[in-house]
Design a protein around this ligand. Structure first.
Ligand code: GSH
Length: 202
């Protein structure tokens, strides 16, 4: 099996961190988004949406969507659990994972996609929409700070996929000037802790 990856993009990083936490080694093939390799007919055979990451199994089956790839590995290698244990915990982790995706990760990515010269001419950009997303992301970082006042990790007392999604979103925000604010002490404490894990380098 192998994963079609892009070193600088936030979604593939989610999968790399997830696998590093589980101690799973997979080979990676780099897809150059800057050169639009992801838009080639050849890559579209792997993922018709033309985005990375994609996990290709030995029989040629391709799994796209970062969380679906993580789910596949979670089922095969349940330890350490990163997607919850038992019905309630799984639901809570899913809730926080989706919240991190919708409230933090996607708005931050949209700031980049709609405002950054990298995507100029590649996609239709609406800079005003990017700025609306920036305000939303900044506001939601404040909300996340208050969540983390109550608990060690985003979904509770254990590190999960929700932490991975938030970390990758927040780190990607730097390129658009979105940062944890000095008064967001709980968020900063959490960010320092998850960034210190060896998996964060993946
Ligand atoms: N929903 C997908 C999103 C994947 C995605 O948007 N990947 C970005 C990199 S972070 C990409 O390949 N972008 C290339 C492009 O839009 O041209 C997932 O969760 O994996």
């Amino acid at each position: 099996m192998k994963i079609y990856d892009s070193r600088t993009a936030p979604n593939p990083r989610r999968v790399r961190i997830f696998l590093a936490e589980k101690g799973i080694e997979v080979s990676y093939e780099q897809i150059d988004i800057a050169k639009a390799q992801n838009r080639s007919p050849e890559f579209h055979k792997k993922n018709e949406l033309g985005v990375v990451p994609v996990l290709e199994l030995d029989d040629g089956t391709c799994i796209a969507e970062s969380v679906a790839i993580c789910r596949y590995f979670e089922e095969l290698h349940p330890e350490p659990p990163l997607m919850g244990v038992g019905a309630l915990d799984r639901a809570m982790v899913e809730m926080w994972q989706r919240r991190m995706e919708f409230q933090i990760f996607i708005p931050i990515v949209q700031v980049f996609r709609n405002g950054h010269p990298f995507f100029k001419g590649r996609i239709p950009q609406v800079p005003e929409f990017g700025e609306v997303c920036r305000k939303a992301a900044e506001q939601q970082l404040g909300w996340l700070d208050s969540v983390l006042a109550e608990r060690e990790f985003i979904a509770g007392d254990r590190y999960t996929i929700a932490d991975i999604t938030a970390l990758c979103g927040i780190d990607f925000g730097r390129v658009s000037g979105i940062r944890i604010q000095p008064e967001q002490k709980h968020l900063a404490r959490w960010h320092a802790a998850v960034s210190a894990r060896p998996s964060a380098k993946a």
